[in-house]
Write a protein that binds this ligand. Sequence first.
Ligand code: ADP
Ligand code: MG
Length: 540
Amino acid sequence: MAKIFGIDLGTTFSCIAYVDEYGKPVVIPNRENSPVTPSVVFFETADNVSVGEIAKQALQSDPDLVCTTIKRQMGNQDYTFYANDKEYKPETVSALILGKLAKDAAEKLGEPVENVVITCPAYFGLDEREATRKAGEIAGLNVLSIINEPTAAAISYGLDVTTPQTVMVYDLGGGTFDVTIIKVSNGVIEVVATGGDHHLGGKDWDQAIRDYFVDQYCAENGTTRDDVTANFELMADLEVKCEQAKVQLSERESTKLKAEGFRVELSREQFESLTRNLLENTIQKTNETMAEAQRKGVDKYDKILLVGGSTRMPQVMKILQETYPQIPIEFCDPDAAVAKGAAIFGVNMAAYPEAREAAGEAAPVVDAATQQAAEEITKTWGIGSGQQGPMVIRNVISKSIALELVDDDGQDKLFNQIFKNTAIPHTHTLRAGTIVDNQTQVHLAIFENDYAAGAVPGDIVPRDDAKLLTDGDMGPLPSGLPKGTLIEIDLKIDDQGLLAIDARHPESGVTKHLEVLLQNVMSEEQLNEAKEQVKGISIL
Ligand code: ADP
Ligand code: MG
């Protein structure tokens, strides 16, 4: 029997949890005894890396050998991190972070970590999700599922999936702000809308303190800002100290900041006014997302769930209470909620394989003993908040899908067919016509983009803003067909977000099947190379 683990692979911090024999989710602290591990990798030598706090400290001495915020590069095949004359792809760097979490957890529990559910942001597209799965594979893990962070958080908050309700997940992390609206009914968890700002997070609050320090320093010493910011040592030192000061201000009314012999005192009140605009930004994004949910019929919220380490700042709770006085706000272990929820979901998945198949999802691949253990825990104790029945997660796609078609003016244009935030699985059928007499080939080209329904006239997407997912030709069609001959095209997205395109000429039975080529993820060969590479690296 093996345990099932949940991993929150975060932009700035990661966390691993499992469900104990009484059905309670538990975070496993790392070797340094911290429940969260900085998502930072220090490539000390070609075969020795350290991950976490030690790596973060190495940022001061060896910044070139330290890789941070790799999550932003997931799905970007053009990105490579270079260290010690070696190349590392985003999947590989992430695999090293997963490796550290798995290794430390295995050490603590005295058993190997194999089966995992890994989380990713709700806005991740197909490439990024697939890259996340690959990172798990490279780390030698059995990835049961990739689920959305806000969904995992909602599960860990004890979301009762038998009671219909709508919750908003407000997740303010280290480098990102995500707001997600989730609806629950009959065991189905559905993401209704998602929004936020991918470049807004705790780091900006740190920066505000740093700016304040630098201003005071300049005023006192008669130096210019440029002089101070060019002092890399001081800036690196400040980066660490400002984050510490911020964390202190979550508990204390004031704190002192000291660097290069200069002291600055900062009260919580001052800190809150320095960062007011950042906080208001999150509210604006929240309102925008709520407006989108409203267009889909959501106008009442049962709860706001706070997720992400930065929601520990008292200012967050305060502004949410002021802005949405009618909605109850829940706050509990915000930096572990995602990992815990992923673990709960993993156990639930294993306990109810038939429910997954019934929902059209792939059943998890775990051995019989593991499945039995999951079943026992679930049926005896319930997991999380006593959850016993199966949970089914319904996702939405995070990008719109467009098809290239010839417009009335004879120009090729990209017409959006399926819009972002559409619940999946989903099938869309389009009836199109051939454009000239005696046409024997039909070109199919499918694009991904960020335009919501109605965002551009006619839902015609500017080509520069779209990314080609796949293309191909259907044919040959019988000769002599008139212009306007009916061609039917099915766009089918499965529960994992994989897109299949089926075009047919019903009259002759000629068909063409395409599947989305995940061009931005590793090939099998690259995957194997990365596995070998990671095997040869020892992780501290
Ligand atoms: P991620 O962005 O990887 O999801 P987290 O949700 O763990 O990361 O959030 C990390 C951020 O939370 C960091 O900016 C960190 O400084 C901040 N943070 C953690 N604890 C506190 C605290 N007590 N008060 C204020 N900020 C905190
Ligand atoms: Mg997070």
